[in-house]
Design a protein around this ligand. Structure first.
Ligand SMILES: C[S@@+](CC[C@H](N)C(=O)[O-])C[C@H]1O[C@@H](n2cnc3c(N)ncnc32)[C@H](O)[C@@H]1O
Length: 289
């Protein structure tokens, strides 16, 4: 299947459960959280007149930027129409003004030089042609503007998540065998979607690969590096368990998962991001001009 069609199908289906699976909540803290994340990447508080969130998903960065007043105007786009609709609902709930367009990250429907901040979180690894996407992001960015690429998976990170989630899969299957549950007819279909979701992650990167692609696209690379370990392991586990078990979707379980994820993120800021070898960390972030 064409990888873009696969991505649109998978993300249309995932839109409803995405925020639970990735522990995103569009509450009052969202602006502060996104401002902190972008400040940490850029090295100073971000400020723009027009900002664009490419492959916005349910709107995490776009809504955060609008809520924090980082930009006078925030636009967001995604290939998945269901994700765009989800962003619309989340933005309305958060009281954030975000302009929304269904669009392919490799062919943006915006004028040249129209933004001074372009952000993309967890986007490049879903794209068949990341170089074409970066060329487009460079085109819509004004001279002197900043592009921030966040949360692209590293190879070692993917292997560690697969190992941890693999253990959870075995535990859930053993529990089902012990309970002698009758096979659920919807099980095979659900499993096929989970496999399709994995297939929609088209690639992993090394930091220097993203830097080389960005330079070929005409960017100057201000910084490129890796971050996070424990937080991504917790998110990977939560992603699997929310899809697999009803208990993980319950309110108390979601609350507990958020607390654990918060602790893991703090551990990463204090330990993983400072002490661990960069190659062990799970996500790549790059700041481009
Ligand atoms: C891992 S999610 C990240 C969403 C959001 N940026 C976040 O941080 O939560 C990847 C998103 O990329 C979108 N996507 C995949 N292929 C795309 C493409 N060719 N153009 C635009 N968006 C795409 C998906 O629909 C999905 O919403």
């Amino acid at each position: 299947m064409d990888p873009k069609r696969l991505n649109a199908l998978v993300h249309d289906r995932e839109a409803a459960s995405y925020d639970d699976r990735f522990l995103i909540s569009y509450d009052r803290g969202i602006g502060r959280e996104v401002k902190r994340e972008l400040s940490r990447a850029i090295g100073r508080p971000p400020r723009a007149s027009r900002a664009l969130d490419v492959a916005c998903g349910t709107g995490y960065l776009a809504i955060g930027m609008a809520s924090a007043g980082i930009a006078d105007r925030v636009e967001a786009c995604d290939l998945s129409v269901a994700m765009i609709e989800r962003t619309r609902e989340n933005a309305a709930r958060a009281g954030a003004a975000v302009g929304l367009t269904a669009a392919d990250a490799e062919r943006l429907p915006y004028a040249t030089d129209s933004f001074d901040l372009v952000v993309a979180r967890g986007a490049l690894h879903h794209l068949p042609d990341p170089l074409a996407a970066l060329v487009e992001w460079r085109r819509v960015l004004r001279p002197g503007g900043t592009a921030v690429v966040l949360a692209e998976p590293t190879r070692s990170g993917e292997r560690q998540v697969a190992a941890v989630v693999g253990l959870a899969v075995r535990a859930v299957e053993a529990r089902a065998r012990l309970a002698r549950r009758a096979p659920d007819p919807s099980e095979a279909e659900r499993k096929s979607w989970e496999i399709a979701s994995m297939a929609a992650n088209l690639r992993t990167f090394l930091p220097q690969e993203i830097a080389a692609l960005a330079e070929r696209a005409g960017f100057e690379v201000r910084s490129v590096g890796t971050a996070s370990l424990a937080w991504i392991l917790v998110l990977g586990l939560n992603y699997y368990l929310v899809g697999e078990t009803r208990i993980a979707r319950s309110r108390p379980a979601r609350g507990a998962a958020r607390v654990i994820a918060g602790g893991a993120a703090a551990f990463d800021r204090l330990v993983s991001d400072r002490v661990l070898p960069p190659a062990w960390r799970h996500t790549i972030r790059a700041v481009l001009r």
